[in-house]
Design a binder for this molecule. Structure first.
Ligand SMILES: O=P(O)(O)OC[C@H]1O[C@H](O)[C@H](O)[C@@H](O)[C@@H]1O
Length: 571
């Protein structure tokens, strides 16, 4: 794309949104900025399409939303009348302009005679996934940039099964996008669309149906939960109403929501970034828990698909669990509860990604349950569920990712923090009744399956230059992979770009070392980052920590050498 020409074309567009025009005029003559905003159009990544808000084809704004929606509309029109009638469900989170973008998307669909169901207010991503299935729609759109910082927005697209679209469909929609002029997408008149049945508001009835399904996941009776104290924070996002509701529905009477973070706020003013992977987001919640005398703190991201938790350790202080640790706890709880009830199917399966801890597979193996691995991105887990549903080959029991995404009940087909909050709270209350804290249970699990420890180090490299730098580093790692890390020889090198292990090609390199530890490198598909994942198994906690530190130091040293630069700044 010729960035300068595109910039000029946008400025010449007479009806251009005045705020965006002002923004463009301010960067006149700033070639670098113009290049960054117009050198490409936003593309699909791990979690849909995501970008910084602002003017430009490489930014999130009403025109980029119109463009992707128009492409989706054309895709559905090609499928015919039935798909158009089944329509598209649209939900949005609490980010800047999310509500306006959702409305624009609805009007674009209606202009194409594709029915749009528009949620009346903010809702979590998993409820959108549920709603697509519940309403029998052909597709879904969620306006969100998930856990990204406030300057971002984005949209995730869903298929009729309620799962985020995977490569094939994303490609077909991208092809359609290539033919759409974002400045010339027609919009329907809202009132006319309502009268013609092309625009319908949805809300309470879907909430009720979702809540009813959520309740089916509970293993324990309401008495189990009545006296246990929980602190919850939606981090200014969409979780407040549904998480409170589900906890109340299963009998929790003592739920304190962090008051400063209770209601939607697009600036996420009390946190640097609303990501429950980051222990810093727990500060206010832990303060609240100390006052409330609670032992469990849960935090969900803005669109409530991720959840992080903090629990008290042996000394009574709060520690944050990693996504892998909560995954291990939930998995062990679900499998043990099912086993007790003789409800473990012979063809049961759990799903994790190739960069998620091996601990899950070790736990599953103790119950004779198979573990299947997918690429990063919950859409891959959802795709596997659909496949097994069609063939009847396996029964899905649990899916999770190290990045704090969990799914228990497959009535949703994306990670669901509402489900995960509910089961985490129930599990904590259940063990509490036995005099065991979640921290203790985790230590017991380590004793049973081994002392697994993982870590993630990311480098943020922005803009076009950053993207090229990430690409170069991946290429160099491919061409000059390490023979050994420290004094440990490399045992297996996996390059997923060639499409190995039955997985679609992906830009990921995973290196297994002779001592059982591993590391992986991949560019993030949601942020301008390159990510390095590390995993070890030790003989005790100290041994595991030591192995992990050594592995990280050695690998990062190798990376710096490979990059030929010392400018890596860890996040
Ligand atoms: O590592 P990234 O490509 O940025 O993706 C990290 C995570 O982002 C989103 O939350 C996706 O839904 C997840 O499935 C993914 O694991």
């Amino acid at each position: 794309m010729n960035a300068k020409a595109e910039y000029g074309r946008w400025l010449r567009h007479e009806e251009l949104d005045p705020d965006l025009r002002r923004e463009l005029l301010l960067i006149e003559g700033d070639e670098r900025e113009i290049e960054d905003r117009f050198y490409r159009s936003l593309t699909f990544g791990t979690g849909g399409l995501r970008g910084v808000l602002g003017a430009g084809t490489n930014r999130m704004n009403r025109y980029t939303v119109r463009k992707v929606t128009q492409a989706l509309a054309r895709f559905l029109v090609r499928q015919g009348e039935t798909a158009m009638r089944r329509g598209v469900v649209i939900a949005y989170d609490s980010r800047r302009q999310s509500a306006a973008f959702a409305r624009e998307a609805a009007l674009v669909l209606a202009a194409n005679r594709v029915k749009a169901y528009l949620f009346e207010g903010v809702r979590p991503t998993p409820e959108l996934s549920f709603a697509v299935r519940h309403l029998g729609a052909a597709a879904g759109i969620m306006i969100t940039a998930s856990h990204n910082p406030p300057e971002y927005n984005g949209c995730k697209l869903y298929g009729a099964d309620g799962a985020q679209i995977t490569a094939g469909v994303a490609e077909a929609i991208s092809d359609e996008m290539a033919d759409v002029d974002e400045l010339a997408v027609p919009l329907a008149d809202a009132e006319a669309a309502v009268l013609q049945g092309l625009l319908e508001e949805v809300g309470a009835a879907v909430d009720e149906a979702y809540a009813a399904w959520l309740s089916t996941l509970a293993f324990q009776s309401r008495e189990n939960n009545a006296d246990y104290r929980v602190v919850y924070t939606p981090l200014h996002g969409t979780g407040s109403v549904p998480v409170r509701r589900v906890l109340r529905d299963i009998g929790f009477r003592h739920v304190t929501v962090v008051p400063q973070q209770e209601w939607p706020d697009a600036d996420f003013p009390t946190v640097a970034s609303p990501n429950p992977e980051d222990p810093a987001v727990f500060a206010l919640a832990i303060e609240t828990a100390e006052k409330a005398g609670a032992d469990l703190v849960m935090a969900t991201d803005p669109d409530a698909d991720r959840v992080g938790v903090a629990v008290r350790d042996g000394s009574g202080s709060f520690v944050c669990l990693t996504g892998n640790q909560l995954g291990a706890l939930l998995l062990a709880y679900i499998l043990s509860q099912r086993a007790e009830r003789h409800a473990l199917p012979g063809n049961g399966v759990i799903v994790k990604t190739i960069v998620t801890s091996e601990m899950g597979a070790a736990i599953a193996a103790r119950y004779g349950v198979e573990t299947v691995e997918t690429l990063t991105g919950f859409k891959h887990i959802a795709e596997a569920i659909r496949r097994w549903e069609e063939t009847g080959e396996k029964t899905f029991l649990f899916g999770y990712e190290e990045s704090c995404g969990y799914l228990i009940g497959d009535f949703c087909r994306d990670k669901d923090a509402v489900q995960a909050c509910m089961l985490t709270a129930e599990m904590a209350a259940y063990y509490d009744k036995q005099g065991r804290s979640l921290h203790q249970v985790l230590l017991e699990l380590y004793e049973q399956v081994g002392f697994y420890q993982e870590d993630l180090v990311s480098f943020t490299w922005n803009g076009r230059e950053g993207a090229e730098r990430i690409h170069r580093l991946m290429e160099r790692l491919r061409k000059q992979p390490p023979e050994r890390v420290g004094d440990v020889p490399v045992a297996v090198r996996k390059d997923y770009l060639t499409g190995i292990e039955g997985l679609p090609p992906a830009d990921v390199i995973k290196i297994l070392l002779a001592d059982g530890s591993w590391f992986a490198a991949r560019p993030s598909g949601t942020e301008p980052k390159i990510k390095f994942y590390f995993g070890v198994k030790g003989t005790d906690p100290a041994d595991a920590s030591e192995r992990l530190n050594r592995l990280k130091t050695d690998v990062l040293q190798f990376i710096r050498k490979t990059e030929g630069s010392d400018q890596c700044h860890a996040l």
